[in-house]
Design a protein around this ligand. Structure first.
Ligand SMILES: [Zn+2]
Length: 128
């Protein structure tokens, strides 16, 4: 048995999680941090939240947006946070707290989101 188990990123909530003994047989196949995340696989509503975040960032003229401003109500904030984590882990957005970039998988509390510099206002780059 290897003692070297790199952390993983949950496919549902985008949080970082670490190896545990209960997963020793199938760690390679583990995608979700918890039973709750495994039950709530990413669905159409979640993809729509990701697209809402992307559209808002592409439409804004400011450098970034407070993520909670994009939630339709307080019940949605955590779902939106998960969507933002998935986008950030995929490199599509950046997350900031108090103006500083943060590791998206470990954030707690209010967060701002922004497009990565290379993407801002240059969505279709044509190469010769
Ligand atoms: Zn999770």
């Amino acid at each position: 048995m290897s003692s070297n188990h790199p952390d993983k990123t949950c496919a549902r909530c985008g949080r970082r999680f670490s190896w545990r003994k209960k997963w020793e047989r199938d760690w390679d196949d583990v995608l979700y941090c918890s039973a709750s995340c495994r039950r709530q696989k990413v669905g159409a509503a979640d993809r729509a939240r990701e697209e809402r975040i992307m559209s808002a960032l592409e439409a804004t003229t400011s450098k970034g947006l407070p993520l909670h401003d994009l939630a339709v109500d307080t019940d949605e904030v955590e779902f939106l946070r998960q969507a933002a984590r998935r986008l950030a882990v995929g490199g599509r957005i950046l997350m900031f707290q108090k103006g500083r970039p943060v590791e998206p998988r470990d954030i707690h509390g209010p967060v701002d989101v922004a497009l990565p510099p290379s993407r801002s206002k240059c969505r279709f780059r044509i190469r010769g």
